[in-house]
Design a protein around this ligand. Structure first.
Ligand code: CMP
Length: 139
């Protein structure tokens, strides 16, 4: 059964360039409610654990180094059809292929430094949200 929550991170390239406000405005304007949010910095070990599913990919080392290189904003978001609608809002992983008006088209610089993460399934949204937030913080 589809749930109405997804998980996102605003990545180090975007926090470094002061895009947090612009990205959160796009998220709110698209109808998402912020359920939980924190500004933090991942260690290499934490980034490695978060992206464990990509461990065998050739870009895993680069991804872990990058995601632990600076602060991120982690958030759980709520809206009907949250996972699919959020992926539409952020656009393709590779910003050169992202549709006009999407967050990655506007704010991302490359496939690795692509401004935002969005969960790819309801199951992963729950796993990823639980990685960052305790039950008390997911109200
Ligand atoms: P994200 O949605 O956070 O999920 C996995 C991430 O891996 C993805 O966004 C990209 O930032 C990164 N990624 C995917 N493909 C590549 C690639 N070919 N080279 C570097 N990073 C990649």
């Amino acid at each position: 059964m589809a749930t109405n929550r997804t998980f996102t991170m605003i990545k180090p390239d975007a926090t470094e360039k002061n895009y947090i406000g612009g990205i959160l405005k796009m998220i709110n304007d698209a109808g998402f409610r912020i359920v939980s949010m924190k500004y933090t910095k991942l260690t290499k070990e934490q980034a490695g654990a978060f992206y464990e599913v990509h461990k065998e990919r050739p870009f895993y080392g680069e991804l872990v180094d990058y995601m632990s290189s600076g602060p991120i904003v982690a958030a759980i978001l709520e809206k009907d059809n949250a996972v699919a609608d959020f992926r539409t809002l952020i656009g393709a992983t590779d910003p050169t292929k992202a549709a006009e008006g999407t967050i990655r088209k506007i704010y991302a610089e490359s496939i690795a430094a692509n401004a935002v993460h969005g969960s790819d399934s309801d199951e992963n949204a729950a796993i990823e949200g639980n990685f960052f937030f305790s039950a008390l913080e997911r109200f």
